[in-house]
Design a protein around this ligand. Structure first.
Ligand SMILES: NC(=O)c1ccc[n+]([C@@H]2O[C@H](COP(=O)([O-])OP(=O)(O)OC[C@H]3O[C@@H](n4cnc5c(N)ncnc54)[C@H](O)[C@@H]3O)[C@@H](O)[C@H]2O)c1
Length: 435
């Protein structure tokens, strides 16, 4: 079953599927990608990258050119060619917070009905503990041909913004298997990456993904909680974070206070694990707290501005940064969204700057907002500035420039981009988080 280079099918060519597919092709596997989104596949077939992710476009072009990666909307053809099928489709949240497995299950049935040779199905999507077992049952129930289909869990840990580098330098690759054969196949697939591999049973692998994401979300919410207390008691969260970071047990990452986490993972993965615990009559108190702190934190800045400014009606307000973090065009669950909604509802005249996220934010707010990819245009004559993403170009802007461009230099910085002390020097009214 396992050759030197393998034939791999990727189902779902989103942030995870595309990065995974391109990376696997780069190390010498032949990759067949399938997605239901016809426009996306059309774009990919012209060698255009549908998402903004550092280095992805170049690797994509290179591997299409040397015929190591192909894109199609035809599941059946792709399944037929593969010895491993990696599922990387979305697992969005349901209204109650649980993970929606509708898309996943429909793909699994398609696999069961179409695969004509032995294959390993790998769940890379983030799925609730127990899903691999259920998927295996679903496959066996719908199997059409006399083939053996095994299921493995292989959660993804890449972070958007650094996704390609994360894949090639992964801290670990987790594989959850229930047979030596599955382990062998996955070891072979990942061998060219030369990264540490952690082998567990399938349920533990599924839990590792949720526990890792929820721990990071908890760390962010903890720091935001402490930041809020710092404001009340007159301490400085940045100094506190530096002081904490010297302790190796704590570490230096994810200690930055701000307007909360967003993106397609932390919000849904915290809710999904909390839901899973509830479903088993267990209250996951720490994760519940992380979610609650984050919900409040997202609106922290705009509430502060309401106290200071009073009314936003007819004011020109500049929004700098809309993506949930720098390095990506993704605005899913970005804290900027509820803030923009609130400001629009309160009559603000919004001028928005983001280096790569404008197309996505326009899809949400249409002509209710004015967008520009020239930061100075957004700021010019503004009475207020809100910062929601710490893009490098934003952090480089000086208070002097704000002073020169704005009608009234008042800045609400949700990502602590600037030195607070220097704001006074330039007579800029500057509000940030936890200091
Ligand atoms: N985005 C991240 O940073 C990240 C990191 C780690 C894990 N994950 C997990 O990986 C999974 C995918 O996340 P994503 O951000 O890449 O999602 P995404 O929404 O960017 O991509 C999902 C893709 O699946 C496609 N799709 C849906 N139904 C399909 C079907 N039946 N057949 C083929 N394609 C289909 C969609 O058209 C879309 O292109 C999720 O479970 C997510 O939680 C995401």
């Amino acid at each position: 079953m396992v050759g030197k280079n393998m034939n791999i099918c990727i189902v779902g060519v989103g942030y995870v599927g595309l990065v995974t597919g391109v990376s696997l092709s780069e190390v010498g596997h032949k990759v067949y990608c399938v997605d239901t989104d016809e426009n996306k596949i059309k774009l990919l077939n012209t060698s255009e990258c549908p998402i903004y992710e550092k280095d992805l476009g170049l690797l994509l072009k290179k591997n299409i050119k040397r015929k190591m990666i192909e894109f199609s909307t035809n599941h059946k053809n792709c399944f037929e060619l593969a010895e491993v099928i990696v599922i990387a489709i979305g697992t969005p949240e349901n209204c109650d917070g649980s993970a929606n497995l509708e898309f996943l299950n429909s793909v699994v049935v398609q696999i069961a009905e179409n695969v004509k040779k032995d294959v390993l199905v790998v769940l890379k999507s983030t799925v609730p503990v127990g899903t691999s077992d259920n998927v295996e049952k679903l496959i066996n129930k719908n199997l059409k041909y006399n083939v053996k289909i095994e299921v493995a869990s292989n959660p993804e840990f890449l972070a958007q913004g650094t996704a390609v580098s994360d894949t090639f330098n992964a801290a670990r690759i987790v594989i959850g298997v229930n047979s030596v054969g599955s382990e062998k196949i996955l070891r072979k697939m990942y061998e060219p990456f030369n990264r540490p591999i952690v082998v567990t049973d399938r349920k533990s692998a599924e839990m590792i993904k949720y526990a890792s994401n929820d721990f990071l979300a908890l760390k962010i919410s903890f720091m935001n909680d402490i930041a809020n207390l710092c404001e009340i008691v007159g301490a400085n969260i940045e100094d506190v974070a530096v002081g904490m970071s010297y302790d190796e047990r704590i570490g230096s990452k994810f200690l930055k206070a701000g307007v909360g986490y967003g993106g397609s993972c932390f919000p849904k993965d915290t809710k999904a694990l909390r839901w899973l615990a509830c479903d088993h009559n267990y209250e996951l108190k720490t994760v519940k707290a992380a979610i609650e702190v984050n919900e409040k934190q997202k609106m922290k800045l705009v509430m502060k501005a309401t106290e200071v400014i009073g009314c936003f009606r007819n004011k020109k307000i500049a929004i700098l940064g809309v993506t949930y973090k720098p390095g990506t065009d993704d605005i899913r669950e970005a804290p900027s969204i509820p803030n923009i909604t609130y400001l629009l509802e309160n009559g603000a005249n919004l001028h928005i700057y983001d280096p790569v996220g404008l197309e996505n934010i326009i899809k949400l707010f249409g002509d209710k907002i004015k967008c520009t990819n020239i930061m100075e245009h957004a700021i010019k004559d503004a009475e207020l500035v809100f910062i929601f993403t710490e893009w490098e170009e934003i952090t480089k802007l000086s208070f002097e420039q704000y002073k020169k461009l704005m009608k009234t230099p008042i800045i609400f910085d949700g990502r602590n981009c600037y030195n607070k002390e220097s704001a006074d020097q330039f007579n800029v009214q500057y509000y940030s988080i936890g200091r």
